[in-house]
Design a protein around this ligand. Structure first.
Ligand code: 13P
Length: 252
């Protein structure tokens, strides 16, 4: 990791009641004071965003959504806009998570539109990219990640990446307990940074690229120690305050 400010973001996915989320937020709130450098972000389900806003206001912890609709407002039943997230104090929003791509049919183009809409609403998009196991085994990791990245760059422009975060999440490592090795992750992070640098070296140098996929306290340090890994996007381990805080400390 260079002098880029590390980020550790928790993606709660579809987990949490009001009661256990309040407990989790209280635990994070209690531990966040000891961080000096790392940026901590939590992304609860939409319905728990107001609770996060209530508990985290006045702390150094930021919060965000897990998804957004690219439209500004209107007849889009069941959807939430970037402006709505912003209205509830969100700073970030995850776009293109592999679960959105695979379970809800989000195409590269749809993800790019969400990325652009997020920035237009004043949110920092956390753009997820990553290959399936079959794609890795077929030697397609770089071409898949390049395609996912290029869709965003083609729509939003390379300069837009300056105000964004990228998360490399190999799909085969998500929720499986099977983490990419630090070298496997580093290789893809470096590939992403090099690809961005070919268009804009300054943007590439400042770009935070997070690793996601079974990251936990026990493996966070050696992953984040890699030169192009600037933090983590954490699923399961972000639901336990002590575990999440330990990852934050590893990045700090
Ligand atoms: P896990 O940490 O549970 O593998 O999930 C990673 C992830 O998908 C974060 O967005």
């Amino acid at each position: 990791m260079s002098n880029r400010q590390p980020i550790v973001a928790g993606n709660w996915k579809m987990n949490g009641s009001q009661a256990d989320s309040a407990k989790l937020l209280a635990g994070i709130k209690q531990g966040q004071g000891s961080m000096s450098k790392a940026r901590i972000v939590v992304c609860p389900p939409f319905i728990l965003v107001p609770l996060a806003a209530k508990e985290l206001t006045g702390t150094v912890v930021a919060w965000g959504g897990q998804n957004l609709d690219p439209h500004k407002s209107g007849a889009y039943t069941g959807e939430v806009s970037g402006a709505m997230l912003k209205d509830f104090g969100c700073s970030y929003v995850i776009v293109g998570h592999s679960e959105r791509r695979s379970l809800y049919g989000e195409t590269d183009q749809a993800v790019a539109e969400k990325f652009k809409a997020a920035q237009e609403a004043g949110l920092v998009p956390i753009l997820c990219v990553g290959e399936l196991l079959a794609e890795r085994e077929a030697g397609q990791t770089e071409s898949v990640v390049a395609r996912q990245l290029d869709a965003v760059v083609n729509l939003a422009g390379i300069a837009a990446l300056a105000n964004s975060v990228i998360a490399y999440e190999p799909v085969w490592a998500i929720g499986t307990g099977k983490t990419a090795t630090p070298q496997q992750a580093q290789d893809v992070h470096k590939f992403i940074r090099t690809r961005v640098a070919a268009k804009d070296a300054k943007v590439a140098d400042g770009l935070r690229i997070l690793y996601g996929g079974s990251m936990k306290a026990a493996n966070a340090k050696e992953l984040i120690a890699q030169p192009d890994i600037d933090g983590g996007l954490i699923g399961g381990a972000s639901l336990v305050a002590d575990e999440f805080l330990a990852i934050c400390r590893a990045a700090d």
